[in-house]
Ligand binder design. Structure first.
Ligand code: WT7
Length: 657
């Protein structure tokens, strides 16, 4: 990793904001000064300026019982009102909230007035289906307007949504629905992906099927189904309800009730270092404040003129904060696209930018690298001159991809904001501010005004400029996670036990001589594949759940397009020797097994059948050595292995493939 770091630190290209951009930018230097002078006062100002409170708060931060923060705790608000009704009341009801484009090319333009109306009807339907404040509602939908309507309808009732990415399997749905004890699931028959209908409801049905002593059915009473794919589905009378029969028939009168700022807003599951995904809990007032503040300043949003497009699925945190809550709280106009970037042709995204005159575009490095691989001819076929600002998120963006993005998509002038944050942080934490920061390709650069981060040695002392260490957040922030659903101990242990008074993000980072932050990837057993977090432990447990497998070790290996790729090493059971003689067939079977158990994103790129795994004397798998093998490097220091000959055996197994 050191060679890579040094390489990055010799990056000398710098890009000043243009005077035209500076002149119109939302952000300026004074933000830093205000936050520096009075951090809590600064956040209180943001909360008052950007959010409408039903009862104004007097307390900004209650940090009496760390790490359990309470922001704006005596204030009350309705999150959906903030994203909808107030824009209509301010006379902006006719402004387009969503330009939705289905993958087959069908479209809907939905104004703020229409979206408000639809959310009110949906809220009434959810009430009829028994949803009350505090109840959990699971949402398993494609990227269709109903996904946003559902989230906001749940929020409007003071209930808690748990959005499950549409690529997850029945088992993943079951685990999430059970953990949150959801009473309702909102899904669709199917959605379009790569030119075909990809079914969704069958996975929900399978998740709800009684199996052994698994308890799912005990909590889920209703399933609300959007008709999108037109695919054949099964129907459970009394439990299943069509959206198109219920929502349009419901009343569009719905008074938003105000809830305390700390009322839970959503749970979003993310992979940790152990097998079971963690339910990251976010609440209302602080989350919405930081979502709106970052969306406004990092993306320089001018709601009257900008057309914004964040390509993330609402099943991830990026979709929660920068598709649903941030843009709608700010009254912005955005594009929502159902399908994949390459359907029906590899220029689809760029065609959409031209069609809707997108001015602010936010995507992930993996997508940029994939586009780069296909060549500039494809984006050059579209008129991208509307673009004035570009964003990147999910993993470090390598300087060459950064330069390509700027040149080919950004017309050589658009500033790029490389935004570092996590499911847990709720909103952007480290990023350039467009119009203020001189940008550096490859560096996320500086904490936003109001955010305090440090790069620390393992013993908690800050590293000197030019050195690497662990990224920590040293002061609470409004959109911070409030905990792990149902597991306060795991919350403390995972994030607050590495350093005495700081949040540990799990990322390695380095400070350069200017004090800019360069992210170096995870330092724990978490992989980053296409900007999505996957746990080595979760995939390992999926593998050993297969009857062939005795033991497994999973590593994230560098991959040109996806950043990292899942590479698995498995030891097969002696008892299965006959069934597993053909290793190519075993590998194929195990790949689809992981895909079925977790979801296609977790599917290993390579599976190696080996006779041994490298372990320390205390039995810990040395993934570092396996990563060397997976990346085709010479194997590093093996002296701490219990049996130092083992790597030779494994190398031979891998070479034999
Ligand atoms: C992890 C969080 C936040 C939305 C997407 C992923 C990595 C995220 C960057 C960036 C370098 C980044 C980190 C982080 N990451 N953004 N701009 N530069 N690394 O959310 O699934 O919660 O994953 O993604 O490793 O810890 P997530």
């Amino acid at each position: 990793m050191n060679a890579q770091i040094d390489n990055l630190l010799t990056e000398t290209r710098r890009f000043e904001p243009t005077p035209e951009f500076v002149a119109q930018a939302n952000a300026d230097e004074t933000l830093y000064a205000r936050a520096q002078a009075d951090r809590l006062g600064f956040w209180a100002d943001q909360a008052r300026e950007l959010i409408s409170w039903q009862r104004p708060f007097t307390s900004v931060l209650n940090w009496e019982n760390p790490p359990f923060a309470k922001w704006f705790e005596d204030g009350t608000l309705n999150v959906a009102y903030n994203c909808l009704d107030r824009h209509v009341e301010a006379g902006n009801g006719d402004r387009i909230a969503l330009y939705w484009e289905g993958e087959p090319g069908d479209t809907r333009a939905i104004s703020y007035a229409e979206l408000t109306d639809e959310v009110k009807r949906a809220a009434n339907v959810l009430t009829d289906l028994g949803v009350r404040a505090g109840d959990r509602v699971a949402i398993y939908l494609p990227m269709i307007p109903e996904a946003i309507v559902s989230m906001l309808a749940v929020a409007r009732l003071g209930a808690v949504h748990s959005v499950i990415f549409g690529g997850f399997s029945a088992d993943s749905i079951r685990a999430r629905v059970d953990d949150a004890a959801a009473t309702l699931i909102i899904t669709a028959d199917g959605g379009y992906r790569k030119g075909k209908v990809s079914p969704l409801k069958p996975a929900v049905d399978a998740a709800l099927e009684a199996r052994g002593d698994l308890p799912t059915q005990q909590t889920v009473r209703n399933v609300l189904v959007v008709g999108r794919g037109g695919n054949q589905i099964e129907w459970t009378e009394g439990r299943d309800h069509w959206w198109h029969e219920r929502v349009p028939a419901a009343s569009s009168v719905h008074e938003p009730e105000a809830f305390p700022a700390e009322n839970p807003l959503f749970i979003l599951y993310t992979s940790g270092t152990t097998g079971a995904p963690k339910g990251i809990l976010h609440t209302s007032g602080g989350y919405l404040t930081q979502a709106a503040y970052t969306h406004r300043n990092v993306f320089d949003i001018h709601p009257e003129t900008d057309v914004y497009w964040c390509t993330a699925d609402v099943g991830w945190i990026t979709g929660h904060t920068y598709v649903t809550y941030g843009p709608l709280a700010n009254g912005a106009t955005q594009v929502l696209y159902e399908g994949t970037p390459d359907s029906p042709n590899p220029g689809r995204w760029w065609e959409l930018i031209e069609k809707y005159r997108v001015s602010v575009f936010y995507t992930a490095p993996t997508a940029i690298r994939a586009a780069m691989k296909l060549g500039r001819k494809i984006p050059k076929r579209s008129d991208l001159s509307s673009i004035r600002l570009l964003g990147s998120v999910g993993e470090p963006i390598n300087p060459e991809a950064w330069m390509w993005y700027r040149k080919v998509i950004g017309g050589k002038t658009a500033p790029i904001v490389d935004t570092w944050w996590q499911t847990e942080t709720g909103a952007i934490m480290i990023s350039a501010l467009p119009g203020v920061t001189v940008t550096k390709p490859g560096s996320a650069q500086v904490p936003l005004p109001g955010i305090e981060v440090s790069v620390l040695e393992e013993n908690g002392t800050p590293v000197p400029p030019g050195s690497g260490g662990l990224l920590a957040i040293t002061e609470p922030w409004p959109s911070m996670l409030r905990g792990i659903w149902g597991d306060p101990d795991r919350f403390r242990e995972t994030y607050w036990s590495t350093f005495p008074n700081a949040y540990f993000a799990g990322d390695g980072a380095r400070l350069d001589a200017d004090g800019d932050v360069w992210l170096l990837g995870r330092v724990d057993d978490v992989m980053n594949v296409s900007g999505h977090r996957l746990s080595t432990a979760e995939i390992e447990s999926a593998l050993v759940a297969h009857p062939f497998v005795a033991e497994s070790a999973v590593v994230g290996a560098t991959d040109e397009t996806t950043g990292q790729a899942v590479v698995a090493f498995v030891i097969l059971k002696e008892s299965q020797a006959e069934e597993t003689a053909d290793h190519a067939a075993v590998s194929a079977a195990l790949k689809s097994h992981v895909s079925t158990l977790i979801g296609p994103i977790a599917r290993p790129r390579d599976i190696f059948v080996v006779a041994e795994l490298p372990k320390t004397r205390s039995g810990k798998i040395m993934r570092r050595l396996l990563r060397d093998l997976a990346e085709g490097r010479e194997v590093g220091d093996t002296t701490t292995l219990a049996d130092t000959t083992v790597m030779r055996i494994i190398s031979a197994d891998v070479a034999a493939r």
